[in-house]
Design a protein around this ligand. Structure first.
Ligand SMILES: [Zn+2]
Length: 393
């Protein structure tokens, strides 16, 4: 039996910090939790008084380490997920951009190949895919290439679903598009999670979408409708519906650049700490030096500039995704938004685990749960990463 103790750590639990504690890991799972020095095994890892939290779970990420999932290449896929693993991510949901069907199919194939490859052990878990588009509103394309945006039709969505071979987990769709509601009602029973985004939905359209089964909002405040004035009347949008509805979980790009501190605090005030999932929405520049990068695939990607901790579109007007990693999101939520560490960690662990149906085995430090763990210091600098009880960083 493979067993070891991570000793002398401050455990980040759901409801607070347990100081001077230890965790016994046996056969890839958390076997018991005790006081520092009280647990015995063949091997002991000295936690040096660092924080030990559950591994981070990123539900929306396009790339990192110079690679993009749209490269449609297993080697690039591994590079991207390794780059995020270095920063504490132990479960990752590769996210695609709008692209033509053949290209999407090649991207799916590459990610699925990595997920089921022999060396998948020792890499972050890939529970499934997040499709950002192609059924989004061209008026809120953001950094998506408008050329590949489509309107929903059964033929179009069935083709994509076939290509995804049962790995489709989250689908970002603009709910105001004709047949988007029908698509959601028909597919959510198959376990696909619908997230409203890249959308110009009015408040009423957003409420209809949430009533018909959308359960998440994609990167709130970014590429989504908010208050407009029509003949003097203020009409709220998808943003207000997403913040108000208690049954909706909001993705938050807490890189400290997409959303300034007052908006981060507004979201926390509106949603509480349970209905927020921190996401990087990172592109290939994450974990890399400043410079020029492609957003999307090498073949069809758009040139973007990375500086000041963010990717900029060449027009200088909008952002082109983040270069954040999960540790930075937790750092920003604690140091900038003033959220207590256990709550910020919950938004990066337990909440996303619950959204994708893994709350019975991942996202908290609890006996019987998978030993996906990260060790970090008070500034959230990652020192070690364990995935399924194996030290990977
Ligand atoms: Zn994205």
């Amino acid at each position: 039996m493979n067993s070891f103790v991570i000793d002398n750590v401050d455990l980040v639990l759901e409801d607070g910090i347990r100081e001077r504690a230890a965790v016994l890991v046996e056969d890839g799972a958390i076997a018991s939790i005790g006081d520092a020095g009280s647990l015995k095994a063949d091997e002991t890892v000295d936690g040096e008084g660092l924080y030990l939290s559950p591994g981070f779970i990123d539900l929306h990420v396009h790339g990192g380490g110079g690679a993009d999932f749209m490269d449609a290449d297993p080697a690039a896929c591994r590079t991207a997920i390794r780059a995020h693993m270095e920063h504490g991510t132990t479960t990752i949901v590769p996210t695609t951009l709008c692209a033509e069907d053949g290209e999407l199919a090649r991207v799916f194939e590459a990610i699925i190949a990595v997920k089921y490859s022999d060396d998948a052990k020792g890499l972050p878990h890939i529970p499934g895919l997040h499709l950002e588009g192609p059924f989004v509103n061209p008026a809120e394309a953001g950094a998506q290439d408008p050329e590949y945006i489509k309107t929903p039709s059964r033929e179009a969505w069935e083709k994509i679903i076939r290509a995804a071979r049962g790995e489709l987990l989250i689908w970002t769709v603009a709910p105001e598009l004709e047949d988007a509601d029908r698509m959601c009602r028909e597919l959510r029973d198959d376990g696909i999670i619908f997230s409203a985004g890249h959308s110009r939905a009015t408040y009423d359209e957003a409420v209809r979408a949430y009533d018909s089964g959308f359960t998440m909002a994609t990167h709130v405040y970014s590429s989504m409708s908010t208050i407009v004035r029509i003949r003097g009347e203020r009409v709220p949008g998808l943003l207000e519906a997403s913040l108000l509805r208690d049954d909706v979980t909001c993705e938050v790009i807490a890189d400290g650049r997409h959303l300034p501190e007052p908006l981060l605090r507004t979201i926390v005030r509106m949603k509480g700490t349970d209905k927020i999932v921190l996401v990087t929405d990172a592109m290939r520049g994450a974990g890399m030096p400043d410079g020029e990068y492609l957003l999307g695939s090498y073949k069809r990607g758009q040139r973007v500039l990375v500086f000041d901790g963010i990717a900029h579109m060449p027009d200088g007007i909008s952002f082109a995704g983040s270069v954040a990693t999960a540790d930075r999101l937790v750092r920003v939520m604690t140091k900038v938004a003033g959220v207590p560490l256990p709550d910020a960690v919950k938004m990066m662990t337990k909440n996303p685990a619950r959204e994708i149906g893994l709350s019975d085995r991942r996202g908290v430090i609890k006996e019987g749960y998978e030993a996906d763990l990260v060790l970090f210091d008070g500034d959230i600098n990652i020192r070690s990463v364990f995935i399924g009880g194996e030290r990977t960083v």
